[in-house]
Design a protein around this ligand. Sequence first.
Ligand code: SAM
Length: 265
Amino acid sequence: MAGPDADAKGNDRFNTEAMNWDQNPTVVQSGILARAAYLKRLPPSPELSTLSVLEIGCGTGLFSLSLAPLVHDLTAVDAAEGMISVLSSKLSSSDPIRSLSPPGVADAPVPGTSITNVLPVAALLTSPDDPRIQIDPLTRQPTTGRRFDLVISHLVLHHVADLPALFATVFACLKPGGHVMVTDFEDFGPEAERFHPAASMDGVERHGIKRGVMEAVLTQAGFEHVQVETAFELDKMVETMPGNRVMEHKMTFPFLICRSRRPVV
Ligand SMILES: C[S@@+](CC[C@H](N)C(=O)[O-])C[C@H]1O[C@@H](n2cnc3c(N)ncnc32)[C@H](O)[C@@H]1O
């Protein structure tokens, strides 16, 4: 496992939450819905199985490990060492890993040790040449100039302070013609703030992502064919009054999927 960045924002919170992360029903349900949304838009096999994927903000790998069997390899990056530690434990265990299947489809758990194409990396990426992602996940051998076919990220962008800087890095990490596909809840107005309980705002940089902002950030980073659309809606219990810790009010949060391509030349 590669070393973490001590100054990564929100790390304290996510290091603390890592052990119980997979028990969070919002995280699990949003991952199930996101997986279906990605698979609807990604190329089918056999093309899908040729892709080298970079995931930003993989957490404990709930989303990563559900996609890994479908792609060639997956480099799973998170700024919080605690999250990567949990993911690494899953991968070195013979216990079955819970997968995120679409609603109505039974899970098909596989042992962690049978997933051999995932490289967990604790890092806050700022360069495509960061040696921690210059490693072939299959052989674990160092490489140089490694670039990816696809960059994915789910439920992370609302924690990222500088979106233009992140997408400049994402752009540089892609091969020419490579794609980015990211999902997060939408900032649809002041009510979006209720996504997080008032006591859980550590590391929250914005209350969801805005369509226009995402279109502008991706375009300014140099991407083409920028598409931002509603991917799914998530029902979530929120505080009945902000700050009262009584999670008994159900709200529906739209999630955006943002897609674009690094130009071929
Ligand atoms: C809400 S969690 C989502 C985790 C995972 N994607 C999931 O769906 O379970 C957000 C994660 O993004 C990570 N994160 C935030 N900013 C990041 C960045 N710039 N680079 C890498 N990870 C980041 C945090 O450490 C945290 O684990």
